[in-house]
Design a protein around this ligand. Structure first.
Ligand SMILES: Cc1cc2nc3c(=O)[nH]c(=O)nc-3n(C[C@H](O)[C@H](O)[C@H](O)COP(=O)(O)OP(=O)(O)OC[C@H]3O[C@@H](n4cnc5c(N)ncnc54)[C@H](O)[C@@H]3O)c2cc1C
Length: 306
């Protein structure tokens, strides 16, 4: 049953057309997994985000932020309280050698904007299906490039609802890591400092990376991309392949036959099935090779009550 009182309180902060009670989160995650959010909210102004943060803090309502849901598994019981999506804050602007993108913009669109302006540095991001906010959070990277190489600074709302500018060096960016969660920041926009380049050369690199991605990754099925981080000295995909796990299924989830590092949702999998398969892969690889695979994908939300 919807909490009417909470709905009215939220409607004091955000326009009703941007509040979605009991929204199914499987519609907002790349894996197509996840139960309902009590309230899914998509503000269109920074001020609304600020007020929401302060309201949730004061009233003890849990607040969960999602980007494009491309590195998230939401459990089948969904998420209590407010799930905040910044997808309506998605402007991307060019100023000289800088691209300033709001955090709900797709990092793919940001890399295309750089191409249009003949700016080089963001080519690596042309196939990463996250938002700018999610890309900073994960220090997303591919084919030798990462956010750390091009980020100058970002605007955030801190856990007390204050707007702050954080320089890239303050984010402690390393392989698929930032300190954004530790600090409790919400990223609102990012400034990327790029270099002047040649349109045709930038486009050629992007086309090549897109070809490599499309030929190697099972993009025809819902997934969360690479499930595991690269273990030092190994490749997760190779360890999984050598464990003969490709094609192994639990319910509707399968270890991809095309790329062993991916788990694909081939037939309406539940989050429980998908997570069980992740754990099975970890256990098998540990037994065979004594390597502990660490998850890159984040798992949030509640299990279904029995
Ligand atoms: C097919 C496929 C291919 C992929 N390829 C790559 C790849 O090549 N390289 C790579 O690095 N990743 C890759 N990924 C993983 C994923 O796209 C990245 O990790 C991406 O950066 C996640 O962004 P998102 O917006 O989807 O974040 P989400 O998955 O929605 O969220 C991830 C985390 O970021 C936090 N977050 C989101 N927005 C904000 C914000 N504004 N402020 C603060 N925190 C925020 C969320 O709270 C959450 O904890 C791939 C995924 C898929 C499905």
């Amino acid at each position: 049953m919807m909490n009417e009182k909470l709905y009215e309180q939220l409607a004091q902060i955000v326009d009703r057309k941007h509040i979605f009670p009991d929204e199914l989160l499987k519609n907002h995650t790349y894996t197509k997994l996840g139960g309902k959010a009590d309230f899914f909210i998509t503000p269109s102004r920074y001020e609304e985000v600020q007020k929401l943060v302060l309201f949730c803090k004061k009233s003890g309502v849990p607040l969960t932020l999602i980007g494009n849901g491309s590195n998230l598994i939401v459990r089948d019981g969904g998420i209590r309280g407010v799930v905040l999506s910044l997808k309506n804050l998605n402007a991307i602007n060019t100023e000289g050698n800088r691209i300033i993108a709001q955090s709900g913009a797709a990092i793919i669109d940001t890399s295309r904007k750089a191409l249009e302006a003949s700016l080089t540095g963001l080519e690596f991001a042309c196939g990463i299906p996250g938002t700018v906010g999610g890309a900073l959070f994960m220090n997303a990277g591919a084919y030798g490039g990462e956010i750390k190489d091009v980020l100058e600074e970002c605007l955030v709302i801190d856990k007390d609802g204050e707007l702050r500018t954080r320089k890239a060096e303050e984010l402690d960016l390393s392989y698929r890591h930032s300190n954004i969660e530790e600090k409790g920041d919400i990223v609102l926009e990012a400034t990327f400092l790029l270099k002047e380049g040649n349109y045709d050369e930038i486009k050629a690199v992007m086309d090549d990376l897109t070809f490599r991605r499309e030929s190697k990754q099972p993009l025809e099925y819902p997934s969360c991309g690479s499930v595991f981080k690269r273990p030092p000295g190994y490749y997760a995909g190779k360890l999984i392949q050598d464990s003969h796990l490709q094609g192994y299924r639990i319910g509707g989830a399968e270890v991809s036959k095309k790329h062993a590092g991916f788990i694909v949702n081939i037939n309406n999998a539940t989050a429980t099935e998908y997570i069980s398969l992740i754990e099975h892969v970890q256990k098998t690889v540990k037994e065979k090779f004594n390597v502990q695979l660490e998850r890159e994908v984040r798992i949030i939300g509640e299990d279904l009550e029995n």
